[in-house]
Design a protein around this ligand. Structure first.
Ligand code: 13P
Length: 239
């Protein structure tokens, strides 16, 4: 099975640069015959319908669990539906620790978008102080982050993103990824991505880790040539 690579643009790119990025990515993937699923999560302002030859799926980084309504600053199903969006990130550590989303609200959002039939990339991962408290503390933390979450949902893709590896350049070692993914695989048999300072220089080792089904990439995905390089590594490893 092909590895799943997903790009989280976070607060980067515009409508114009996102379109140029996706057109360039599609040209590369179509030419290479890559059959894997590639997900792109652009900022909400750049959501659109993109006709691609390759299997490139556009997802929302966030949305409110509603069709429409009075939730100032939020978008709902009506806005996502305009662009045919059926994929969403839920539980990203930046939504938890910067934007203050509680596990209860995250679980509510998860259940709602599950009801709408969305593909959900559900993110879990511990902060440094939990990692430093030991394996049992990490396991308990990850279990708590699955509170209220249907981990058997057929359109769930899990992503393990240790907070201390996100945006820091400090990638988890292959050994630690394997050990932690084994813990998470006991919670769910759904595809499990790793995220946290993935880049062209380390993605081959990460994708080779048993129990790692792909990668959720931030910084190194924002440049299309860097993303293409990582996809080419994934293709090479596939053969
Ligand atoms: O948060 C991430 C992807 O969702 C990871 O970000 P970086 O790749 O920049 O560490």
């Amino acid at each position: 099975m092909s590895k799943i690579l997903a790009a989280n643009f976070k607060t980067n790119h515009t409508r114009a640069s996102t379109r140029a990025y996706i057109e360039a990515l599609d040209a590369h993937l179509d030419a290479s015959g890559y059959k894997g699923e590639t997900y792109i999560f652009p900022p909400a302002t750049a959501l659109d319908r993109f006709e691609t030859k390759a299997d490139i799926r556009i997802g929302a980084q966030n949305a409110y669990p509603t069709v429409k309504g009075s939730f100032t600053g939020e978008i709902g199903l009506e806005q996502l539906g305009e662009f045919g969006i059926g994929t969403i990130l839920v539980g990203h550590s930046e939504r938890r620790h910067i934007l203050g989303e509680s596990q209860a609200f995250i679980a509510q959002k998860y259940a709602w978008f599950k009801e709408q039939g969305f593909t959900i990339v559900y993110c879990i991962g511990e902060p440094l102080e939990v990692r430093e408290a030991g394996d049992d503390a990490v396991r308990r933390y990850l279990v708590d982050q699955c509170e209220g979450i249907d981990t058997a949902y057929e359109k769930l893709i899990l992503a393990y993103e240790p907070v201390w590896a996100i945006g820091t350049g400090r990638t988890a070692t292959p050994e630690l990824i394997e050990q932690t993914h084994a813990v998470i695989k006991r919670l769910s048999d759904r595809p499990l991505l790793y995220g946290g300072s993935v880049k062209p220089q380390n993605i081959a080792d990460i994708l080779a880790v048993p129990g790692c089904d792909g990668a959720l990439i931030g910084t190194a995905s924002w440049d299309v040539e860097s993303m293409v390089s990582m996809l080419e590594t994934a293709m090479r490893d596939e053969k």
